[in-house]
Design a protein around this ligand. Structure first.
Ligand code: GDP
Ligand code: MN
Length: 376
């Protein structure tokens, strides 16, 4: 095995042994990066760290999806870095756009208005399509029975992804700052995990004004017994009332008056069993959300939507936290494991410490709530 030039001993291993996982069979898994041709530089950065910290030992394939044709420059640029197979595919226009039931004129007016109010990303039509693409499929529930050759489908039904059981989402611009000396797919498969996260944060409230109420009603209507993860989302004391009032956060309530504390799994990093998304429960819930049009009339993010689905539909023990094992950064936010590392023995940071606000760059409140929810 060719080991990264940085010594592995400079990072904590948290009980994961490279030897164990070298013996683990390779999983039916892929990496997925959704990107634009313009993202080449950031894609190269992200993949360089992903390869040097992990994939040079495993050679998992990387699927690249785009709503436009890939340029040769992009394909050549990233192919030279990935040690596994690279697969380039596009998302057909029917799959990157409004569903039939959404009134496009109304939606565009809402999107413009959200942009005028300065809601992050919400004035960009394509961002709404992206959030919907990462949330749900256009293949209806019931009608779907195992693999399909229907060419339509959001990411988990997309022809390039359809044959995989596991996926790991990464994005242009992210970084892995420590060697990952175990195979997370093998771990999840062995431990019967279905969804893994590294960072939990609070959602931007103005993007999800009706989401919590809608999901909560759905839960009640279907008599879904909430798990402790769901309970972790509901906390009337997460911010003092005057602050909530100032931020106009009062509407995030359910019929019982409980408030969502806006915590969710930050799914720009996400490792999941794709069969979870392909199951009837997930499809049904997504179709319901989609019918309400909140991907457009508001700016429901795929991260919050996914978090509600995982906390409602999975058993708590199927949700796994890798944030102490995998040092991952997106923008100014890093997984807690990265933050906890002391500078003497820390992992080989690719960027100097002073360039990042390492301490407190994840949301302590959300992490603690989810960690507590997980203790069985
Ligand atoms: P943020 O992290 O919420 O600020 O959102 P990003 O801009 O990182 O977008 C999330 C993911 O979707 C990234 O992988 C982007 O490359 C991808 N993405 C966002 N908008 C588009 C788009 O219009 N086209 C394509 N092809 N990818 C997009
Ligand atoms: Mn991003």
């Amino acid at each position: 095995i060719h080991v990264n030039k940085t010594p592995l001993t400079s990072c904590r291993t948290n009980g994961h042994s490279l030897d164990d996982d070298a013996l683990a069979p390779r999983q039916n898994a892929t990496i997925l990066m959704l990107a634009r041709n313009d993202d080449l530089e950031e894609a190269v950065d992200a993949l360089s760290s992903f390869e040097s910290q992990f994939n040079h030992r495993y050679h998992y394939p990387v699927v690249f999806l785009n709503d436009e044709q890939w340029t040769d420059e992009f394909m050549q640029g990233v192919s030279s870095i990935v040690s596994g197979q690279t697969i380039f595919d596009t998302i057909s226009p029917e799959l990157w756009g409004y569903p039939d039931h959404v009134d496009q004129d109304a939606a565009r007016a809402h999107i413009k208005e959200q942009g005028d109010r300065g809601i992050v990303h919400a004035g960009q039509e394509s961002y709404h399509h992206m959030c919907r693409f990462y949330s749900m499929s256009d293949i209806p529930s019931q009608a779907h029975d195992g693999p399909t050759n229907n060419a339509s489908g959001k990411f988990y039904d997309h022809p390039a992804i359809q044959s995989y059981k596991w996926y790991w989402r990464i994005e242009p611009g992210i970084s892995f700052d420590c060697p990952i000396n175990f195979d997370p797919f093998a771990y999840m498969s062995r431990e019967k995990k279905r969804y893994a996260y590294v960072i939990a944060l609070q959602e931007v409230g103005s993007t999800v004004r009706s989401l919590y109420r809608v999901v909560s009603d759905y839960k009640d209507r279907l008599n879904i017994i909430p798990s402790r993860y769901w309970d972790a989302l509901v906390d009337p004391s997460w911010a003092p009332f005057p602050i909530r009032w100032l931020l106009r956060l009062a509407p995030y309530r359910d019929i019982n008056g409980d408030e969502w504390n806006l915590c969710h799994f930050w799914n720009n990093f996400e490792i999941a069993d794709l069969d979870f998304f392909r199951e009837e429960g997930y499809r049904h819930m997504m179709e319901h959300l989609d019918e309400l049009g909140g991907f457009y009339y508001e700016r429901w993010g795929d991260a919050s939507v996914r978090s509600f689905a995982a906390t409602l539909l999975l058993k708590p023990e199927e949700i796994h936290y890798f944030g102490d094992d995998i040092c991952y950064c997106h923008g100014d936010f890093c997984s807690p494991g990265t933050n906890l590392l002391d500078t003497q023995t820390s992992c080989p940071l690719e960027k100097p410490l002073e360039e990042k606000d390492w301490k407190g760059s994840y949301n302590q409140m959300c992490h603690e709530k989810f960690r507590k929810a997980h203790v069985l």
